[in-house]
Design a protein around this ligand. Structure first.
Ligand SMILES: [Fe+2]
Length: 109
């Protein structure tokens, strides 16, 4: 992996690109990442992908909870769907906040 010192673009390949695909900086602005940095980026990518996938699923759970409360079939189900909606929303918000932390702490990639 190679990193552009101008825009932080990560390029994967045997050699750095002649020109940065993102900002157009010349090859000299690229430096090769150490193995540990590459592993950190790979872990961050997978972790953040999992967070984003879980956020999509939590969106669906929140919508299920919303629909269940609208139907309001009986008290137990109303309680269940109300809790589902609230907890899905809370988990979604905490995941979004954690992604923001990762972006600011260079745990992205
Ligand atoms: Fe760049």
């Amino acid at each position: 992996m190679w990193k552009c010192s101008v825009c932080n673009f990560i390029f994967e390949g045997e050699d750095a690109p002649d020109k940065c695909p993102k900002c157009g900086a010349p090859k000299e602005k690229y430096s090769r990442l150490e193995e540990a940095a590459e592993q950190k980026i790979a872990g961050a990518r997978e972790n953040n992908h999992l967070l984003m996938t879980s956020i999509d699923l939590l969106d669906e759970l929140e919508a299920i909870g919303e629909r269940g409360t609208e139907i309001n079939l009986d008290p137990w189900c109303l309680g269940y769907f109300t809790k589902l909606k609230e907890q899905a929303k809370l988990l979604k918000q905490t995941s979004l906040a954690e992604i923001e932390v990762h972006v600011k702490k260079d745990k992205w990639g």
